[in-house]
Design a protein around this ligand. Structure first.
Ligand SMILES: [Zn+2]
Ligand SMILES: [Zn+2]
Length: 329
């Protein structure tokens, strides 16, 4: 029997559901007042996962031939089966995931899909289910094309992408503390619950950090790593929250906002910024629009100029900092 790699995450669903059930039961017994689970939030997350799985299954039909094209015509190497090619594939895909994830927080077009994952103010295993069916349209699949050029066949690419995402389910919990003592090394090599809690936080010191998929070495190498500080517990969610348990509203909120900004921005430059600038630009644009609406017509200045002088510090972070200017809007 041949295993269909595209169904890997669905095949793991019983494990995921068992973890969610155990975590919810355990938290109810040990932290009854903490309300870390909310059934409407969890149902919304589950619906988002199903929508994304359906969209992905369809999208692979179009994307796999693209990988096959690059594999057939442009691959630079042909690998024999073994542990070395698997290791190269795993490490290369994890690095590309880091690039994709960092871009998803820095380019609004990609953020429009990724924001769904960050928009809950809770963090538990079910948050991992919170994904967007718009990832294929946003272009997530483009980031894996180099793997085909490196000489990995499409099926292996799909499998390694899903293995990486499957691993990431397990870092969405508040029950596992930072590894210490004999296991402290784990925090230097792998993405862990502590590291990923930081990624989901909107505190000034945590925002736009820890983009790791499986390996945290990329964050440590490229300067985006920050430690979870027990004196500053993470506050989960996005800086301009949209409160909804409707999976379709959660999916399309940012796309609608982006389309509206493109329509209302003046000039080609700002229309392009509305699509591709960091989310902080959009937050500044919204703030200026609000200020304009309450103060009446203001002297014209470009949004870009205004952004440099009056972008609200949603994060309290210097917006000139290339890492920290995301507002998780
Ligand atoms: Zn993220
Ligand atoms: Zn996450």
């Amino acid at each position: 029997m041949q295993f269909d790699a595209e169904l890997l995450l669905l095949a793991m669903a019983p494990v995921f559901l068992a973890c969610i059930g155990w975590e919810a039961w355990h938290l109810r017994r040990t932290r009854p007042g903490a309300a870390l689970y909310n059934w409407r939030d969890t149902l919304c997350n589950a619906a988002l996962a199903l929508l994304q799985q359906a969209a992905d299954k369809l999208a692979w039909l179009a994307i796999v031939p693209v990988y096959a094209f690059f594999y057939d015509h442009y691959r630079v190497h042909t690998w024999q089966a073994g542990w070395l090619p698997f290791t190269v594939l795993f490490v290369a895909q994890d690095l590309l995931y880091y690039v994709f994830h960092r871009c998803s927080h820095r380019v609004r077009w990609l953020w429009a899909a990724h924001v769904v994952h960050h928009s809950s103010e809770r963090l538990n295993f079910s948050t991992a289910f919170r994904q967007s069916l718009m990832y294929p349209l946003a272009g997530m699949w483009l980031f894996w094309v180099p793997l085909a050029v490196l000489g990995f066949p499409p099926k292996q690419i799909v499998a390694i992408v899903l293995i990486n995402l499957g691993f990431q389910f397990f870092v969405h919990t508040q029950l596992v503390r930072k590894f210490s003592g004999r296991f402290a090394w784990v925090e230097y090599v792998f993405n862990t619950p502590s590291i990923h809690r930081v990624h989901h936080a909107r505190n000034d010191r945590y925002i736009d950090r820890n983009y790791a998929g499986v390996l945290v070495i990329w964050d440590r190498l490229f300067g985006t790593y920050v430690d979870e500080d027990s004196r500053e517990p993470p506050v989960y969610g996005i800086v301009e929250p949209f409160h909804t348990y409707n999976p379709l509203k959660a999916t399309f909120h940012e796309w609608v906002s982006m389309a509206h900004d493109v329509a209302t921005a003046r000039g080609v430059r700002d229309k392009l910024r509305a699509l591709f600038a960091p989310p902080a630009w959009a937050a500044g644009f919204h703030a200026r629009r609000m200020a304009g609406a309450t103060a009446g017509p203001a002297p014209h200045c470009t949004a870009g100029m205004a952004a440099t002088v009056s972008t609200p510090t949603h994060t309290g972070i210097n917006d000139n900092n290339p890492i920290s200017s995301k507002t998780q809007t």
